[in-house]
Design a binder for this molecule. Sequence first.
Ligand code: ADP
Ligand code: MG
Length: 246
Amino acid sequence: MTTAVRSSSVELRDIHVSFGTLEVLRGVDLRVASGKTTCVIGPSGSGKSTLLRCVNRLQEPDSGDLLLDGESVIRSDPDALRQRVGMVFQHFNLFGHRSVLDNIVLPLRSVKKLGKEEAVEIARAHLAEVGLADKAPYRPSALSGGQQQRVAIARALAMDPEVMLFDEATSALDPELVKGVLNLMAGLAERGLTLIVVTHEMGFARSVADEVAFMDAGRIVEQGQPARIFDEPQSPRLQRFLSQVL
Ligand code: ADP
Ligand code: MG
């Protein structure tokens, strides 16, 4: 991983999201400085995925503001925003009927409007970076879950994002495949990409995150450096959560 990255700060201000009468995000403020990593932890249903989806506006907030690099992007073109903010999902979301190489080439052509040769060159470079150069011609189903997730990461990185979002990227993987993906994510953090990582991997959060945010019932209840969050949790809710997961 040697490519220089251009990363941006991200800021969410007083974000509210409801589904019908269910208020899922109840005024969330989050700031991640450029090049830093924030891990978001918390119980199932607390709003972590919804929060992440607000950052690239897959979910449009009912109110609140979203700033990238200090500028509001809450009313900008969402497709332009999604080129700047890449996302990796639990279930990879690869095109099953296309080759691994095409999975990376097609968005480069359709979204970035690159010519075929340039798109293929960039795609091959990113596949090589995640250690999968030899898998280019295969369908995703011929790869392990860990390899498929690395393809999904390569696809997101090929768009040259300023921010990357990971939503439980290792939760669907067999235990022996988790480490390879976490190592890749740690490499991105080290390279200075801005990352927001929803994860159940507390070891990763402790060792890689600059900050950890604990969510419960649609709010960030507590936030701070990993050692503070894990060793000196203040709120009873975080204490209870940690006693269940550690
Ligand atoms: P987490 O990722 O922390 O498990 P989510 O953000 O996925 O939490 O969900 C928070 C709450 O919002 C849950 O109660 C979930 O059922 C609800 N929810 C999420 N997405 C939708 C949706 N599109 N429509 C209705 N309810 C939703
Ligand atoms: Mg979720």
